[in-house]
Design a protein around this ligand. Structure first.
Ligand SMILES: NC(=O)c1ccc[n+]([C@@H]2O[C@H](COP(=O)([O-])OP(=O)(O)OC[C@H]3O[C@@H](n4cnc5c(N)ncnc54)[C@H](OP(=O)(O)O)[C@@H]3O)[C@@H](O)[C@H]2O)c1
Length: 244
């Protein structure tokens, strides 16, 4: 079975290591790609075609793993070459998932939950054809949510609603505790109820947020616009990240 990856960045690199079956051939292309991507491809044991079109054409499954902003454009570009399943794993909105599903007969809406380099990420899938990808369970945990395109993307947004708002709150509380020179004690007392690894996890969450505050702020904007609900906490988190 051939599986084509459109885009070969961090996620594709780790996924290609995980999906390592005897009868599975991961293929991609370095067409117009950066040195970073070429380096990742060279470090992997994947088959490389001159163009993405060729790779898609001979594949049973095409996986789109490039970027949220290019996902729709990429879907348009390869729609006439994909006769198998088209799985989108970009962090796109449910609306974009639905738009892409209209281009393909066999579209599956997917979301990777958990760190891709942790070796135990979970793949959430939605769509009528999701069952055809259950064989991936041999390589990583696969959960089928429903037949409704957009549900996997929606679940990912819901998760971000919590994690990104929490990160903004953690930044605020930690800075306050530091101001009063009580940060060690602050983490100690919270660890009593939140678990021994609370400090380590919180500091990692804070660092990740500070290092990618613009992207996280943009994602919160997408959440606010998509859910169109009375999201007071999310809006506050968005304001907090805007001021960093
Ligand atoms: N990182 C995560 O933990 C994570 C988790 C879940 C989902 N995702 C989603 O997975 C996708 C990939 O993430 P990543 O972290 O692997 O990103 P990344 O490291 O930036 O890799 C993106 C890859 O896509 C390529 N690409 C960009 N535009 C393309 C196009 N038009 N045609 C073909 N290839 C193209 C890039 O090539 P160049 O190097 O030439 O630009 C690069 O190889 C994103 O949509 C992200 O939202 C990421």
């Amino acid at each position: 079975m051939n599986i084509a990856f459109i885009g070969f960045g961090k996620v594709a690199f780790y996924l290609s290591k995980l999906i390592d079956g005897e009868n599975i051939n991961i293929i991609t292309s370095a067409e117009n790609r950066s040195d970073n991507t070429v380096e990742l491809i060279n470090k992997s044991d994947v088959e490389v075609y001159d163009t993405f079109k060729e790779a898609v054409e001979i594949s049973d499954i095409t996986v789109s793993l490039n970027s949220p902003s290019s996902a729709l454009k990429v879907a348009h570009k390869y729609k006439d070459y994909c006769s198998g399943i088209y799985l989108d794993l970009n962090n796109i909105s449910p609306e974009t998932s639905i738009k892409i599903s209209q281009l393909y007969d066999n579209f599956v809406d997917g979301a990777i939950i958990g760190k891709i380099d942790s070796l135990n990420p979970i793949l959430y899938l939605a769509g009528e054809k999701a069952g055809d990808l259950l064989f991936l369970n041999d390589f990583l945990k696969v959960n089928i949510i429903s037949n409704n395109i957009g549900d996997a993307s929606k679940l990912k947004l819901l998760r971000s609603t919590y994690t990104k708002s929490l990160s903004a709150l953690l930044i605020e509380c930690t800075n306050l505790a530091r101001k009063y020179c009580l940060d060690e004690e602050f983490f100690d007392i919270l660890s009593l109820t939140e678990g021994d690894d609370f400090k380590e996890k919180s500091l990692s969450r804070i660092n990740n947020t500070l290092n990618a505050s613009k992207r996280k702020k943009d994602e919160l904007e997408e959440i606010i616009s998509y859910f169109d609900d009375d999201l007071i906490m999310v809006k506050a988190a968005h304001e907090k990240l805007s001021r960093l």
